[in-house]
Design a protein around this ligand. Structure first.
Ligand code: KIV
Ligand code: ZN
Length: 504
């Protein structure tokens, strides 16, 4: 009989530790809703002690998302655990995930604790977390560089203390697949009470082996996999959820394991996470990259046309890429639009959001003959909860040329005022950004700016993403328009609205 593998999603915790990513409460909640539709078993919602914002986000997710287990991370201290519990106690399935490092290097240089101290702290904190009423997961951080005998001892005592799940992190992505498989087998064979807990693994991707290591762990008895959408996470990231899930599904004949993930939702969630975090997915990324199902060479195209299995081991439909049977344009009505949204996986949008998205679709259809699925998805992503728009773009004008200093005028609406400002810049985008900063009175440091076309053709929508820094915090803003300068201006205003929302 097929074995069930639990999918523990850590996009909102380890994934949020991706350099340059910082999510607000609404953005986290929005992603959590999609993870719920995706069918993950556990959502690690955050690290409540790390910041007030993270605490609020975990609490909001615990209150609003029912079905999956909601986990919160806590170091092995009473303060952290109390804070984690205060945030997740609203969930019907709360889990405290507590951790302490067990490798010599971490104990000596980071914790400044002896083995005995680490061991007794682990036991004490697992029992304490358990006494609060949550299920408890324990992670010996940097497990793969820990002395095995010590690791076995720690795992045994924490299971005795009540740990329901023991998670084995390859914190620095050091392990290799066969070695990691044996490592898990060693734990199974040497920890006497291991059958009283679920074995989980959490693999980092420093050597590009996170998915391979996770799969090797499954082959050797791991029942839970920690992973993140698009492989987000510290440094090179975590094991990519979509790759693990599709490997198990596509190679069911080999692994004989199943998950509860609704794989047809994968593309929608991947796009949403990429949009909200501002971290683009590389085109050749497995499963969710733009080229993952594209066939370039004539020989391949010929093969696929005759029988797609010649070069496709899974169908695009199985990860939620659908070919549209309907072409939407300016004569399409709201009903057809709503149906298309459902087919694209947007099943839980409120009427207000659908109405707003429909209006934007109509505006776009006036400019473009055909509105593609990619356009519709972009519109919806931009309708996904946005912080209140206190600043809106009313007008912008640009004067630019190769022998001309770029100048820009903008009119920004703020409450009942219309603020007009002008600025010169090094190119049209710089000029419009400077004018916006003047008009909003919010000065920012531009960390990153990118522009990509959605679909193809001269009338393709441009999607601009900006990352700006204000007081050491990074804010991501996005904007779409058929005019790339307008898309850029909207992206900056979107990020500035996030700053305004947070500081007011
Ligand atoms: O990588 C790691 O060790 C972690 C733990 C907190 C599980 O993220
Ligand atoms: Zn990690």
């Amino acid at each position: 009989m097929a074995r069930n593998v639990y999918i523990f999603d850590t996009t909102l915790r380890d994934g949020e530790q991706t350099p340059g990513v910082s999510l607000n409460v609404q953005e986290k909640l929005e992603i959590a809703k999609q993870l719920q539709s995706l069918g993950v078993d556990v959502i690690e919602a955050g690290f409540p002690f790390a910041s007030k914002g993270d605490f609020e986000a975990v609490k909001a997710i615990a209150k609003n998302i029912k079905g999956p287990v909601i986990a919160a991370l806590a170091r092995a201290t009473k303060q952290d655990i109390d804070c984690a519990w205060d945030a997740i106690k609203y969930s019907d399935k709360p889990r405290i995930h507590t951790f302490i490092a067990t490798s010599d290097i971490h104990m000596k240089y980071k914790l400044n604790m002896s083995k005995e101290e680490v061991l007794s702290r682990a036991v004490e904190m697992v029992s304490y977390a358990k006494s609060l009423g949550a299920s408890v997961e324990f992670s010996p951080e940097d497990a793969t560089r820990s002395q095995k005998e010590f690791l076995y001892e720690v795992l045994e005592v924490v299971i005795d203390a009540g740990a329901d799940v023991v998670n084995i992190p390859d914190t620095v992505g050091y392990a290799t697949p066969i070695e990691f498989g044996k490592f898990i087998m060693g734990i199974k064979e040497n920890v006497k009470n291991i059958d009283k807990a679920i074995i989980s693994v959490h693999c980092h991707n420093d050597l590009g082996l996170a998915v391979a290591n996770s799969l090797a762990a499954i082959e050797n008895g791991a029942q839970q996999i920690e992973c993140a959408i698009n492989g987000l996470g510290e440094r090179a990231g975590n094991a990519a959820l979509e790759e693990i899930v599709m490997a198990l599904k596509t190679r069911y004949n080999y692994y004989n394991c199943k998950t509860n993930v609704v794989t047809e939702q994968i593309t929608t969630v991947s796009n949403l996470v990429s949009h909200i975090t501002g971290v683009h997915v590389q085109p050749n990324k497995a499963i969710v990259g733009a080229n993952a199902f594209a066939h370039e060479s004539g020989i391949h195209q010929h093969g696929v046309l005759n029988n797609r299995e010649t070069y496709e081991i899974m169908t695009p439909e199985s990860v939620g890429l659908k070919k549209s049977l309907m072409v939407l344009g300016k004569h399409s009505g709201r009903h057809a639009f709503e149906e298309r949204l459902k087919e694209l996986g947007y099943t839980n949008l409120s009427v207000d959001r659908i109405n707003e998205a429909f209006q934007k679709f109509k505006d776009l259809a006036d400019k473009k003959k055909y509105v593609s699925d990619m356009d519709i998805e972009a519109i919806v992503r931009h309708e996904v909860y946005q912080v209140p728009e206190v600043f809106t773009l009313e007008l912008f004008q640009i004067s630019s040329g190769n022998n001309l200093e770029s100048t820009s005028t903008v009119k920004i609406k703020y409450k009942d005022e219309s603020i007009k400002e002008a600025a010169c810049g090094d190119g049209p985008v710089d000029a419009v950004f400077k004018a916006i900063e003047k008009a909003t009175g919010i000065e920012v440091k531009l960390e990153d700016y990118s522009l990509k076309a959605i679909g193809s053709g001269k009338d393709a929508l441009g999607e601009a993403t900006v990352k700006i820094k204000k007081d050491d915090k990074v804010y991501v803003g996005t904007g779409i328009s058929t005019d790339v300068i307008e898309a850029s201006a909207r992206a900056l205003i979107n990020a500035i609205n996030k700053i305004h929302y947070e500081i007011n």
